[in-house]
Ligand binder design. Structure first.
Ligand SMILES: C[S@@+](CC[C@H](N)C(=O)[O-])C[C@H]1O[C@@H](n2cnc3c(N)ncnc32)[C@H](O)[C@@H]1O
Length: 367
């Protein structure tokens, strides 16, 4: 009952805004549905795990966070082991990834003393879960990445960029037009509509500008701004960022905006506030933006390749050796799920942004 009342309020809020201001940009719809301080999806739900809406890699296996922690430890040493330095996670979920990462990274001499843990999280509800998971490390919370203090830093972001609001544009016979969200009373539903005015080609990612009619371009300005901010920070103060997310290597003109609820896909304009909304990450544009800000950005590689190079098989086998047969099989199955091309191995990609001098990043080629 309480759930229904809340959902009605989210829907009402969107309908009121559309009634007042006309059709809204998809980015505004997405930002409200996910992040509204009262009725947003991440405020209302703990979406993780079998009982929730989706399972993320750190919730599949502790090995995921441990390998990323090893990555951080090695890169920190390559940076000259700065003390202090900022260890920043963007969108930490339940705090599982950071907890597992710290368990491994803190084995390096001096890492624990030097690390200042900063978490970027808008959801008050999830902040409580994260604070509890990471209590020995006294994490400092920020609502926006730009609020993180300056200094040498390592950033980790798993399934964060895909939650940042996107705008969508459709190629019509007469040029590009923005896709907006409107409310259709006869259908009692939110629907897409096209903006009346044309969108200038310069707003469309370069590889798509000449795409055929019917193509969709997706642009996340907050994601590009964040890549610029991270690129600027690591090139000025030293450090690196490891981004893992859904995404193709190249934008191909298809819509990727989607809604996930109870482990299934749904109409992303149905039941706002009740489902996770994401879009594939345009790694190519993020890399270009970070480079323009003075940083080095690697080509994105499949998550499976990164985890294999970081030693997922050896680590999983070590864990399995000490477990009873049923647990050992579960450990191996979780490992397969993270790296198998049919599961999370290639759908997810990893990319690093780093200070130009940090050439030997574990798991990535020196390109
Ligand atoms: C899909 S979850 C990923 C959680 C975690 N990284 C993991 O792998 O389990 C997205 C996380 O980002 C947070 N989040 C989403 N949009 C955000 C935003 N604009 N600013 C800050 N945090 C955000 C959510 O509250 C959640 O913690």
């Amino acid at each position: 009952m309480e759930e229904t009342a809340r959902l009605n309020e989210m829907t009402q809020l969107l309908r009121q805004r559309i009634a007042r201001g006309g059709p809204m940009a998809l980015a505004e719809y997405m930002a409200l549905a996910l992040g509204h301080p009262k009725y947003g999806y991440y405020q209302q739900h703990d979406p993780f795990g079998q009982a929730g809406d989706f399972v993320t890699a750190p919730e599949v296996s502790q090995v995921f966070g441990e390998l990323l922690g090893g990555w951080c430890g090695t890169v920190w040493e390559t940076m000259g082991a700065p003390d202090p330095f900022l260890l920043v996670e963007l969108g930490p979920g339940r705090g599982t990834l950071m907890r597992d990462a710290l368990r491994t990274a803190c084995r390096k001499d001096g890492f624990q003393k030097a690390a200042r843990v900063h978490l970027v999280e808008t959801s008050e509800r999830l902040r409580k879960v994260q604070a509890e998971a990471l209590q020995p490390f006294h994490p400092v919370f920020h609502a926006h990445p730009g609020d993180v203090p300056e200094g040498p830093a390592l950033f980790i972001a798993n399934e964060f960029f895909d939650a940042l609001p996107i705008r969508q544009f459709e190629r019509t016979e007469s040029g590009w037009r923005e896709r907006l969200v409107t409310f259709v009373p006869e259908e009692d539903a939110f629907r897409f509509t096209l903006a009346q005015g044309k969108t200038h080609d310069l707003q469309i990612p370069a590889p798509l500008r000449k795409a055929p009619a019917g193509s969709i371009a997706e642009v996340s300005l907050p994601a590009l701004a964040l890549a610029q901010d991270i690129g600027g920070r690591v090139s000025r103060f030293g450090g690196a960022a490891l981004l893992l997310d859904y995404g193709a290597t190249e934008t191909d003109g298809r819509a990727t905006f989607q809604s996930v609820r109870a482990h299934g896909f749904h109409d992303p304009l149905a039941r706002p506030g009740e489902a996770d909304l994401t879009a594939h990450v345009d790694f190519e544009s993020l890399a270009e933006t970070a480079r323009a800000a003075g940083a080095r950005a690697t080509a994105p590689i499949p998550q499976g390749a990164l985890l294999e190079r970081l030693g997922i098989h050896a680590r999983s086998e070590r864990l399995a050796e000490g477990a009873d047969p049923a647990d050992a099989e579960a450990i191996r199955a979780a490992c397969r799920r993270l790296i198998d091309p049919e599961e999370m191995g290639t759908l997810f990609r990893a990319m690093a942004i780093a200070h130009p001098d940090l050439v030997a990043l574990p798991g990535f080629d020196d390109d």
